[in-house]
Each structure stands twice: as C-alpha cells, then as structure tokens.
Design a binder for this molecule. Structure first.
Ligand code: NAI
Ligand code: MG
Length: 479
C-alpha cells in the first residue's frame, strides 16, 4: 500500500512518533493506503514551519503577481493530474468518479479564481476634505489553519486554502481523517509549482485530542477556517476564543427546496434529484426537505420516485455510476441507516430506498412524516429526502424557516415577483431560484444560525484572510 505523509516545511514526512492510520475505501471496505497520523507534536512542527515561512520567507513579500504566477502553475498541474486527484477522492469516500472529476475542475478554478481576485480586487480610498486622505490596505494576517471535511475533500480544501494563500498567508491544512490522500497529492503539486517550503503544510490526523484540536488551540495561529458538523464548529470556536482567533465556520444544513404549482416541472424534478442524491446526499447544501404545493404534489412525488429509482447505482470508480453504493465510512453508514429506523417511531412512510449493499443507503424518499420527526429536523447527511405538502406561500416560508440551520434554500416558480419575495424571506445564506449548486466565487457563501459564522468568497474571503488597515495621511499641512 502506498504511504502518504504530512507535508511540513517543504518535505513529506512521517509522524514524529511513527503513528499511521489505515485509509479505508468504503466501497471495497478494505484499506487502500497508509497515512501518517499526526498528533500535537506534528501540529506544532507544521505551525512552526508556517510561522517561519510567513515571518521570514518570500511568500508574503513577493507580491500578488508572483503569487498569481505560482498559483496558476499549481492549477495547471492539478488539471494535468485530474485523473489521479479524482480517483483519490473516489477511493477515499466513495464519491462517483464523474463527480470527483467535476470537483477537481472546481478545485483548480478555486486556485485560479483567488489568485486572480487577490491581484485584481480593488482597494478602498476615502478622500477627506480636511486636508487628509485615507485609504485601506489589505495585508496578510499570518498563519491560517484550514480544517476540511470528507464530503468534498479536495474541493473544500482548496476553497479554504486558495484565498489564504493568494492574499499572502501561510497555511496548515488538516484534511478529514477519512479522506486524506488528495491533500498530500495537492501539496506535492504545490511544491512542484514552485511554492516556497512552509507556505502550504498538511498535517493528517483526527480531530479531538489529536492534530485537529492541537491546531485550533495553537497560540501561533492567526485564522481558523473550518467546514464540517455544527457541533464540531462550536468546539473549534471555543478553542479559538482562548486566543481571540477569528474563525470562519461553514457548518451543517437542512436545506428546504420549495416547488410551487407554477414551477417548470421537468427542471424542478431534475434539481430535486440532484439536490439530495448527488454525492449520495453527503452535501451540506443538500435539499433534504422538499416542500411541494398541493396542486402538483401527487404528480411530482410520482416523478421524483421514478427519477430516484432510475439513477444508475454502482461502483463509484465506474464512470457510468451516478449514485454510489457506498457512504463515506462505516461510521457514517451507521448514522444514516439509524435515521431510517427512526421513521417507524416518529412517523412517516418510506416510498422508495432503504439499505443497499455494503455501507450504502439507496436513494430514499419519505412522505407523511410530522415536522417534529428527527428525519425532518436533523442533518442526516445522506440520500434521504423528506417530502411535505403546503398550500400557501406563507405556509411554505414558515415551514422552510422552521429549522436551527440556515445554509441554503431553493425555490422553483415561474412567477418573478414570488421568486424575489420568497428569496428575501428565507432565512439562509444562499437561495437558488430554479437551479441548485451554481456558484459565483465572488458572491458571499456561508450560513446563518447553526449553519455557520462568517462568509467566504471574493472580498468576503479577503476580509477574513487579511487585516484591513486604515492609513490616514496629511496632504495639506494647513489643516
Ligand atoms: P466533523 O465535523 O467531526 O469533522 C470535520 C473535520 O473536523 C475533520 O477534519 C475532523 O478531523 C475535524 N475535527 C473534528 N473534531 C475536531 C476538533 N475537536 N478540533 C479540531 N478539528 C476537529 O465531521 P465528521 O466526524 O467527519 O462527520 C460527522 C458528521 O458531520 C457527519 O455524519 C455529517 O452528518 C456531518 N458533516 C457535515 C458536513 C457539512 O459540510 N455540513 C461535512 C462533514 C460532516
Ligand atoms: Mg468526527
């Protein structure tokens, strides 16, 4: 089995105490790689390397243009190695290969976009009429820690790390323990692209009492960006507060997908399927609560079930597979399948789906569950959709907002005024109208309530990964 180490100070290294972990392919349920398993000592070493590269190395000082050149070279290398990067994520978490290839394209775009955005973004000037002039600088903050989850290993890793790098910071990245390989592959490519040693460090390991906790409590860290479960976000926020380190938290979701009677039905069915069954529903943005207006309810449910059953389920490594017969890990399979057991107790009917082979859950559609049922309230993070009926716009908005989460929502309608009206009333960081998953990386991305703190994307990422500074100068000594 191949070995994947930490990347610290430009070298690929084992853990100081030699610890390793098995990397399991959830489809074969067998280990396929051996990974260095870091602890506090490895985290300390990585932060020290990032600190030194920030305080003394060329990266923060070389200017946007030179960083842009290196980041573009990295993005080119990612495209050249797309097959290998995609297969790493597929083997690590069972994501269908076609979707993993899409993620790699999005990942190299993350790198190119932030390289360009950092160079081209505009500063602010505040001309004063008192003989003075004020302007803002956006200087890098120092060492950023990026802790990423397993559902989009490379894509979410690059989404967090690329803006930190583009604005001149150095980084320690801790990928999820279930999906470590693509981060090491990526950091190897960064070195090949000419990124100076210590700028992008990767430490593998677990969260609590391990590398993750050590990084988030480290006094030499200046920013922490995290994507993952809401409970973990609260723990990380607590650790960061002891050093007053700003955190950006992208957490869980329970996305509402509202389809009105006047929607374009083919389009709405297509996106309803994508929104909950893509990546086997292991998406924080998934449309796990589907609200259908009474006039289309029966016809829509019938088409939704047919489309779910028509998805080509199979081995994630096969290019024709649309739906993977594996969830990301045994632990996650137990969690998702446990929710199916709650239906009997809490109420509701499973129209299609249920357990599949191995660690898989089939595309599952539940109707008639009361809004208090666990499947309606909690983030399942799997291919399980609860369908509800509504009569009026007010009722749909109230039901959609009846959640502690607020990451995203979808609205399907051909009525222009209603689309804007409902988008404004939904309590969510992102609202998609007649589509799903489309992103513009300049736009704010994040959630309200238990779905997160802060926004990333475009200038929102700049605000987080820089220390905006006001410079005020006298230009007329007469004042
Ligand atoms: P998690 O939130 O526990 O882990 C995500 C990352 O945080 C991993 O890199 C992990 O090592 C790290 N981590 C965990 N505890 C930490 C701590 N105390 N300090 C520092 N780092 C820590 O997610 P996990 O265990 O992979 O999945 C648990 C559940 O969370 C899933 O079943 C799923 O429902 C949900 N989840 C939600 C995601 C989202 O984007 N909304 C993403 C991943 C998981
Ligand atoms: Mg965990």
């Amino acid at each position: 089995m191949d070995f994947y180490g930490h990347i610290i100070g430009g070298e690929e290294v084992p853990s100081l105490d030699g610890s390793t972990m098995d990397d399991i392919d959830p489809y074969t349920r067998e280990p396929w790689a051996t990974i260095a398993c870091g602890g506090k000592a490895d985290a300390d070493r990585a932060v020290a390397a990032a600190r030194e590269a920030f305080d003394e190395g060329p990266w923060p000082r070389m200017g946007y243009e030179n960083r842009q050149t290196i980041l573009h070279r990295l993005a080119d290398l990612m495209d050249e190695h797309a097959a290998e990067l995609a297969m790493a994520d597929t083997r690590d978490m069972g994501k269908p290969l076609t979707q993993a290839l899409h993620d790699v394209a999005r990942s190299s775009w993350n790198v190119r976009f932030f390289a360009d955005h950092a160079r081209l973004s505009m500063g602010d000037a505040y001309p004063m009429d008192s003989g003075h002039h004020a302007y803002a600088r956006f200087d890098p903050v120092g060492v950023a820690v990026a802790i990423s989850p397993w559902n989009f290993p490379l894509m979410l890793g690059t989404w967090k790390v690329a803006p930190a790098l583009a604005w001149g910071n150095t980084v320690v990245m801790k990928p999820a323990e279930d999906t470590p390989v693509s981060a090491t592959l990526w950091a190897r490519l960064a070195l090949e692209a000419g990124m100076p040693p210590g700028v992008l460090n990767v430490v593998h390991g677990y969260g609590p009492d391990s590398a993750g906790a050590a990084l988030t409590a480290h006094p030499d860290v200046d920013r922490i960006t995290f994507t993952g479960e809401s409970g973990t976000g609260k723990v990380i926020s607590g650790a960061a507060s002891s050093h007053l380190v700003p955190v950006s938290l992208e957490l869980g979701g329970k996305g509402a997908n509202i389809v009105f009677d006047d929607a374009e039905i083919d389009n709405a069915v297509h996106w309803a399927v994508q929104a909950i069954f893509r990546n086997a529903g292991q998406i924080c943005l998934s449309g796990s609560r589907l609200y259908l207006q009474a006039g289309i309810y029966d016809a829509f449910v019938e088409r939704f079930v047919t489309a779910a059953e028509a998805l080509r389920a199979g081995d994630p490594k096969e290019p024709e597979t649309e739906f993977p017969l594996a969830l990301a890990s045994e632990e996650h399979y137990r969690k998702v399948s446990g929710y199916l057991d709650t239906v009997q107790e809490d109420g509701g009917r499973i129209l299609t789906g249920g357990l599949g082979e191995g660690w898989s859950v089939l595309p599952t559609i539940i109707v008639d569950a009361p809004p208090t049922a666990r499947v309606c309230r909690e983030e399942i993070f799997g291919p399980v959709c609860v369908v509800q009926r509504f009569e009026s716009e007010d009722e749909a908005v109230a039901a959609a907002n009846d959640t502690r989460y607020g990451l995203n929502a979808m609205v399907f309608t051909e009525n222009l005024s209603r689309a804007h009206r409902v988008a404004a009333r939904l309590r969510a960081g992102t609202v998609w109208v007649n589509c799903f998953f489309i992103r513009d990386l300049r736009a704010p991305f994040g959630g309200v309530g238990d779905s997160g703190v802060g926004r990333e994307g475009g200038n929102f990422s700049r605000e987080f990964f820089t220390e905006p500074k006001a410079v005020i100068m006298q230009i007329d000594p007469g004042y």
